[in-house]
Design a protein around this ligand. Structure first.
Ligand SMILES: [Zn+2]
Length: 316
């Protein structure tokens, strides 16, 4: 039943709407929707409507005002071993001698590892997502739980990333698919049914033949992460590492799927991903591991991956 509103009610209603609008603009301008120091407006897309801006990104983490923030990593050419003065370490070099860098946040015993860019320029948005996460954590080190150390390797395939943003950027400089060079179920070639076909790429001359893979194996064996995310694009979803199934990878995938829009179970194209990183991590190192595929080859899905980061940091 409709009732005509008297003029005075319309006036009050309109005034309320205006007031709410003004409050919203004021809060946005004052940085209310971002934790202190988050430089989101600088490089990041504005938060999407689905990002629930009123939600505090890390409500379970208590602020520790006495914590000294990690300094912003310098971009100088000199190689600095990991030390109190920096959170950046070079763990090896690519075929074309580009550094493989890892960033560390936190000092706790529960070690987590995020790897991006394994497919180089073809999946360049994973490298850009990692850079956004690094920028966020540089400004907000307090979100790392006290018992946690998070390592981010933003670009495992810098040669492919530098070559081209497209299909020809997928391989490393030896034309090897770095996600098929791991020493578990390794094959030089594989049945191409349902698999990526755009360029004639191979699994390497032998398992772990590539310097990028060798460097990350050494780093994993040194740091012994308790969970691992490997970022890819695009669109197929969240893949738990392990063949046969590794239940802890499945649990991690389910917990990540609960806060994300990425398909889970992932889309099955019929491809057999021989010699891949997360199967190797799960089946040879007992590390719960997942591949996460971003929505497309362009966007970083930052808001969504902040939710995933929060789950990942708290995951036990
Ligand atoms: Zn990929």
């Amino acid at each position: 039943m409709k009732k005509k509103l008297p003029g005075i009610a319309l006036l009050i209603w309109g005034a309320n709407l205006l007031g709410l609008l003004a409050l919203g603009i004021f809060l946005s301008a004052s940085g209310f929707f971002y934790p202190p120091g988050l430089a989101a407006p600088q490089n990041l897309p504005p938060p999407r409507k689905t990002s629930r801006p009123s939600r505090t990104p890390f409500p379970n983490v208590t602020l520790r005002p006495s914590l000294t923030p990690w300094p912003t990593p310098s971009l100088g050419p000199s190689v600095t071993p990991m030390a109190v003065s920096t959170n950046r370490q070079i763990i090896g070099y690519s075929v074309e001698n580009r550094p493989l860098e890892v960033y560390r946040y936190g000092t706790g015993p529960s070690v987590k590892l995020i790897v991006a860019g394994i497919h180089g320029g073809y999946e360049h948005n994973t490298v850009e997502l990692a850079a956004e996460l690094i920028a966020y954590l540089n400004d907000n080190p307090q979100v790392i739980p006290a018992d946690t150390s998070l390592y981010i390797l933003p670009d495992l395939n810098p040669d492919g990333y530098a070559r081209v943003k497209g299909v020809d950027g997928r391989a490393n400089a030896n034309n090897v698919d770095l996600n098929r060079n791991w020493p578990y179920r390794w094959q030089k070639d594989w049945k191409r049914d349902g698999c990526w076909l755009y360029t004639p790429i191979e699994g390497g001359a032998a398992a772990a033949s590539e310097p990028e893979v060798q460097a990350l194996i050494a780093f994993v064996d040194l740091m012994r992460p308790q969970a691992l995310i490997s970022y890819h694009s695009a669109a197929l979803g969240i893949f738990p590492g392990g063949r046969p199934d590794f239940p802890e990878s499945i649990r991690l995938a389910e917990d990540i799927a609960a806060v994300s829009d990425y398909p889970y179970p992932p889309i099955d194209t019929g491809c057999d991903y021989t010699g891949n990183l997360t199967d190797w991590a799960a089946n040879t190192r007992n590390i719960p591991a997942v591949d996460i595929e971003l929505t497309n080859h362009r966007d970083t899905d930052f808001a969504q991956n902040m939710r995933i980061l929060q789950v990942f940091l708290g995951w036990r």
